[in-house]
Design a binder for this molecule. Structure first.
Ligand SMILES: C[S@@+](CC[C@H](N)C(=O)[O-])C[C@H]1O[C@@H](n2cnc3c(N)ncnc32)[C@H](O)[C@@H]1O
Length: 327
């Protein structure tokens, strides 16, 4: 399977980019990355705690509150720190932190759907970034739903939890549900969402470690099309629940265009009320857009997305932003 995968990559990337991608996928250790949990802490407290314990770190100045440890350090180096045990920091890969940052900021009282939410890294980010939002976090897998609930509860149990409560209501509500069945869920079916995050299940090719045969246990030449169908069914189910003039962020950690540009192309062709909005990220491993793959030519607007090459610092990922126009 590895050979078929590498062959496919050679059709996706130019020779110079392919070289970078392979180097990225050969990386066996990336720096430990985390973010400040602004509900419970701030940058000065986190930096002070790291310095006191002689933990070498670097701030990643892409968005606020993102840090990485020096490469020779491990997650376990943080375990004894109060900022770790009290959830003042949240371990999350750099790429995984990004999608939420592309939503427009607002203090309005809004409803946000996190459609495929576990383990909840982005759910918690949404709660931090939108202080007056209620977040509806949906997860299909029971085991992962339990993990999601655990992560939410960790914040909830903390004495400084008050930003998570509005009136009597917990601002984060978790649901064990297949999101494609949202139309018949007794609570969710009646809500129109101001923002939707769909961090879809995907083939995760951007996180492959190419020398690890386990990566290919679940990958074959049909994997991307299988995920394409699943991703399409999730989007078809949730789009009727997005309010006009509001936004949806779609993200994957995979490389193949079927699960990225092709999905965007499908949406733009089949939902005339949707437009894709340009997003930008100042990073050295951003890849030029793919406008054609095999015989398929994608709509020009698909180039509004961000496509990042896997690198020694971060896994590969894809982010797109869509807005629903007034009919
Ligand atoms: C990429 S992960 C989400 C990661 C999460 N956004 C985070 O940042 O912590 C995708 C999740 O979607 C869940 N999932 C897959 N199919 C689903 C469906 N039909 N409805 C709801 N969740 C689904 C998977 O179990 C998985 O937990």
């Amino acid at each position: 399977m590895k050979d078929i995968f590498l062959e496919k990559l050679s059709h996706i990337y130019s020779p110079s980019h392919l070289k970078k991608v392979i180097t990225g996928l050969e990386t066996s250790k990336r720096p430990v990355t985390f973010r400040v949990n602004y509900i419970l802490s701030n940058e000065s407290e986190v930096e002070e705690a790291l310095e006191k314990s002689n933990i070498k770190y670097k701030k990643i100045d892409v968005f606020s509150g993102i840090y990485q440890l020096d490469l020779d350090l491990n997650e376990s180096d943080l375990w004894s720190l109060d900022i770790y045990t009290s959830w003042k920091i949240y371990l999350q890969s750099f790429a995984s932190q990004l999608p939420v940052h592309f939503f427009e900021a607002t203090d309005e009282t809004i409803n946000i759907l996190d459609a495929t939410a576990a383990p909840g890294g982005k759910t918690l980010q949404l709660a931090e970034m939108f202080p007056n939002a209620t977040i509806y976090a949906v997860e299909k897998s029971k085991v992962r739903y339990e993990k999601l609930k655990y992560n939410i509860k960790k914040l909830w149990e903390n004495p400084s939890q008050s930003p998570l409560i509005r009136g009597e209501v917990n601002r984060i509500q978790a649901f064990h549900l297949d999101i494609t069945q949202i139309w018949k869920h007794e609570i969710l079916k009646d809500i129109k969402f101001d923002k939707i995050l769909v961090d879809v299940p995907c083939s995760s090719e951007g996180r492959f470690h190419i020398h690890d045969p386990k990566c290919f246990d679940h990958w074959d030449q049909w994997t991307n099309k299988r995920y394409y169908r699943l991703q399409k069914s999730i989007l078809d189910a949730i789009l009727p629940f997005l309010k006009s003039e509001w936004e949806l962020i779609y993200s994957t950690c995979t490389l193949s265009p079927e699960e990225n540009e092709w999905i965007l192309h499908y949406l733009l062709c089949n939902y005339p009320e949707l437009s894709s909005l340009p997003i930008d990220l100042k990073q050295d491993n951003i890849q030029p857009w793919i406008t054609q793959f095999w015989k398929y030519i994608y709509k020009k607007e698909t180039t509004n997305c961000i496509r990042c090459l896997p690198s020694e610092k971060s896994e590969g990922f894809f982010i797109a932003k869509l807005v629903k126009n007034i009919n």
